[in-house]
Write a protein that binds this ligand. Structure first.
Ligand code: ATP
Ligand code: MG
Ligand code: MG
Ligand code: MG
Length: 565
């Protein structure tokens, strides 16, 4: 392509509000533009890179036996009501009404839609197993859309769903997808780790997240430098021996700990009924004991809750209200404690409530939770550090080596769903004996647009992007220093023709700009190889420079093709 004609609006200055390196670089290199908070357009270069990721995803999923399809983004509310998620999903689900007043959701995920299709179209074991996927735009009204494509409100996801006859079948489908993810992220040039994750409110058993390692990441990975163990922080804390928590926290306890049953997930609807407050006021339930008593519920705004029955839970009666600003402060905390609260963990949360003591909820042994009230402590910087402290200095359960922490970006997630959706939506098949059984499902997501940002987050220097060749919008940047110089233009044209003829994706900077501008833009765009046609064009000599290493050579035109290989 000739750059003169292409829409590549590079910016010299870093836009003020862009915090993440990938966000700044994507704006500066003219890959994306923002339309509204968390909503972006992909300009030609951005789209090319995105398409390269999509091609890799398709190739690997097709090779793993999955079939591509495409589902609607607009979902009738009845569908989400029948799975129970219309109420449970909360404010992240974008909702709208049509002209007849019928309610719809913009698809945040597609378990309901795919399960309905498979329910209607697959009745016999003979058609199983099957894995279906799509690459599609998802909508989530994220509370804090940020970091550009890393957390959007409209973003591109690859979501896949497997349907099996047996639990063993699901294990195999899951493993196939897991392996495909390994290949996909490797081909994308990402430095990543697959980590054990917490199955939390989704139900199900096994789940792994694929984390691209980067400081900007919002997740914390606990890993063992000497063996293969890696888990996200929530999961890791859940796996530590109780003694480590006691040692790291040493809270001043007042009040005798009392055992309550393991918390379980309760739907926002159930909680809303139990607490007699509107469901939209409930942000998240952290833990609910087996008899339905909420241990911690995060509430939105200024609602008083007086009805919490706390017979079994010491001290939590004080937990009546959180102001909006307290919730704001808890922002990052809320992300952690949701899933943790639904597992057998040691420390769930530690926060103060207006004028009250802090509540600490923990678990000291399998299947039991302890709930205690400890003395007032500062709200700021709490649970994350508490969790971290709880795991810090701890040793790997498999090999004894001290555990380490890194930050990660969740680029993919594989999940054994089991029969949660097939049961609620009635998706059954008849087995070899004609017996009707629920389909056993797995779901598998990749944040395709997030992967693009994560790749840049791991590949840049002070001058711009350093694209991995597999994703680069163009592999070669051909730069003509003086476009008025006929010799330079003629030679450039020859090189362009021969490189494109040989199958290389070449962007030819044929713009009438000062050389300084062209070289700066070229570094910013960051394609793997630059070929500069300048003063030595008359001698058939050009400069060839590797963007990443900075290594440069003067070569003859005849050497170009061999040099590019
Ligand atoms: P997160 O924990 O970051 O909010 P999630 O666990 O809610 O992500 P999943 O429901 O597992 O996300 O969705 C599958 C994949 O979609 C994620 O692994 C991630 O790569 C991507 N994804 C999720 N939310 C966003 C978003 N707001 N913007 C971009 N990509 C996203
Ligand atoms: Mg999310
Ligand atoms: Mg997540
Ligand atoms: Mg996830």
């Amino acid at each position: 392509m000739r750059q003169q004609k292409m829409l590549i609006p590079t910016l010299r200055d870093v836009p003020g509000d862009a915090e993440a390196a990938s966000h700044r670089l994507m704006l500066r290199a003219g890959l994306i533009r923002q339309l509204s908070s968390g909503i972006y357009s992909y300009l030609p270069l951005g789209l090319k890179a995105l398409q390269h990721i999509q091609t890799i995803v398709r190739e690997e999923l097709d090779a793993a036996g999955a079939q591509e399809m495409l589902m609607p983004a607009l979902h009738p509310s009845e569908l989400w009501k029948s799975s129970g998620r219309w109420d449970v999903y909360g404010p992240e689900l974008m909702r709208l009404e049509d002209r007849h007043g019928r309610e719809f959701a913009l698809g945040a995920t597609h378990e309901e839609v795919i399960t309905t299709i498979v329910k209607d179209e697959i009745q016999s074991y003979k058609k199983l197993p099957v894995t279906l996927y799509q690459i599609q735009t998802k909508f989530r009204d994220e509370r804090r859309p940020r970091f550009g494509l890393l957390r959007g409100r409209e973003f591109i996801m690859k979501d896949a769903y497997s349907f099996d006859k047996t639990a063993t079948g699901l294990d195999e489908s899951y493993q196939r997808m897991y392996n495909a993810y390994d290949r996909i992220f490797t081909r994308c040039g990402l430095n990543f780790r697959a980590v054990e994750a917490d199955s939390g409110a989704m139900g199900g058993t096994d789940t792994h997240e694929f984390m691209a390692l980067a400081d900007i990441g919002e997740d914390t990975i606990v890993h063992c430098p000497s063996c293969h163990y890696a888990a996200n922080l929530e999961k890791a804390v859940g796996q530590l021996p109780p003694s480590s928590i006691a040692a790291s926290k040493q809270p001043e306890l007042d009040g005798r700990p009392e055992k309550v049953h393991t918390p379980q997930a309760a739907s926002i609807k159930q909680l809303s009924e139990f607490l007699r407050i509107p469901p939209e006021r409930i942000i998240k339930s952290v833990a609910v004991s087996a008899n339905g008593v909420p241990v911690i519920v995060l509430l939105r705004g200024d609602c008083e809750v007086n009805e919490i029955k706390t017979k079994n839970v010491i001290g939590v009666s004080e937990l009546t209200m959180l102001s909006e600003s307290e919730i704001q402060k808890m922002g990052s905390v809320a992300g952690f404690i949701g899933p943790i609260g639904l597992q057998n963990v040691k420390i769930i949360a530690d926060f103060s409530v207006r004028g009250m003591e802090n509540a600490v909820v923990g678990a000291n042994e399998a299947d039991y939770h302890l709930t205690q009230v400890v003395a007032q402590r500062d709200l700021a910087g709490l649970t994350y550090h508490d969790l971290r402290n709880a795991a810090e200095g701890d040793c790997c359960a498999s090999c004894g080596h001290e555990l380490a922490f890194v930050k990660g970006i969740e680029v993919g997630h594989v999940f054994k769903l089991g029969t949660k959706y097939s049961r609620s939506l009635g998706a059954v098949f008849s087995d070899e004996n004609g017996v009707s059984e629920p389909l056993i499902m797995g779901c598998y997501g990749i944040g395709v647009s997030r992967v693009l940002a994560a790749i840049i987050e791991q590949n840049y220097d002070e001058r711009g992007i350093l694209w991995p060749a597999s994703i680069a919008p163009f592999v070669i940047h051909l730069l003509t220093v003086q476009v008025q110089d006929e010799t330079q233009m003629k030679l450039s044209q020859e090189i362009y023709t021969s490189l494109t003829g040989a199958g290389y994706a070449v962007l030819w900077d044929d713009r009438e700009e000062r050389p300084g501008v062209k070289f700066n833009d070229s570094d910013l765009l960051g394609f793997p190889l630059r070929i500069t046609v300048g003063k030595k064009a008359a001698e058939n000599i050009v400069e060839c420079k590797e963007r990443r290493s900075g290594h440069q050579d003067e070569i003859t035109v005849a050497q170009i093709l061999t040099h590019c290989q």
